[in-house]
Design a protein around this ligand. Sequence first.
Ligand SMILES: Cc1ncc(COP(=O)(O)O)c(C=O)c1O
Length: 389
Amino acid sequence: MTARPETPSAHSTDALRPDTVVVAGGRPAPEHDAPVGPAIVLTSTYRGSGGLDAADRAYGRYSNPTWEDMEEVLARLEGAGQPGLLYASGLAAIASVLSLVPAGGCLVMPRHSYQGSLALAKDLEARGLLTTVTVDVADTEEVVAALGAADLLWLESPTNPMLEVADLPALLAAARERGVLTCVDNTFATPLVQRPLEHGADVVVHSVTKYLAGHSDVVLGAAVTSDPGLRDRLKGHRSLHGAIPGPFEAWLALRGMRTLALRIERSAATAGELARRLQEHPAVLEVRYPGLPGDPGHERAAAQMDGFGAIVAIVPAGDVDAVEAAVDRLRVWTPATSLGGVESLIERRRRHHEEPRSVPETLLRLSVGIENVEDLWEDLDHALRGIDR
Ligand SMILES: Cc1ncc(COP(=O)(O)O)c(C=O)c1O
């Protein structure tokens, strides 16, 4: 039998769409009797003799085939031309990127960044390693004005938990013009909704713990860049600081990522519906969700994102005690920190002492999961109606 000539497009897996990449990426070579899914490789070291090449695996703190399966998928999703880097947690990835700031350098970051990122910057500042300037990331002029002295522009969009939207193309271009390195924390959006490298970012980080893994059963992080020199520096930092994931966590995260497109589609649709209903709720003073046409970040989000994500923030009527009592009345929503899992979580963010004072004391962050929208609504509606206004 003569082999059929290959049509390049039909056989190229490079051109697959993101919702196929999450399913098809990181699988073993298609050989007869090969397992369909990747293996968990448990080893601390690798066979080798003679000299040591930079590409050799060599040791378990430098590389692992199970990490690499996930690192390949992340690179394809973010549009980087080289593998991503997995870390022990999102914060480990963030620490690695902050290590790129030269000693005594300047970091510009959103006032409402994830509180762990703010706390880490504060710690580095207290130890005299860098100075931090915080900005309103939705105010493009304010951010650009702060770039003069900056070595690294840290961006988060939408921000955690205020859901402010940064003008990514404008800010990343302004930073590039001034030779300022840029990193975007893309945890809230995921690469299915927003690809910062395409807008000109140097590095993207993720708390893989959240949407990418998706089941609230693993803590993991990632950094992705298209710049080989930056990747070498980040990888060197990860190896030296031992900020590496366990192979089982990497495997679990990739397994969870197989359903990322379905989960995002469902939870974002539900988030939009709940946000619309919450706007009309008598016990809700304010709703923040970039998908709402009246939201301050709506137009920007519509221009630079493929959707609006599944995090909603509300400011209910009532004081802290009344709002916490409402949270206690919930039965379908789980009161817990974190986000991005299949189950809906709710949290009053200011219960964390590190959360900036400019976040309203009663603000609740809702991470919308994949349950039935009516069950989520009835539970919320009942809990909020109990607030004595
Ligand atoms: C936006 C964002 N970035 C980073 C992190 C830190 O990730 P991890 O908890 O995996 O260290 C979080 C965690 O909540 C987050 O919400």
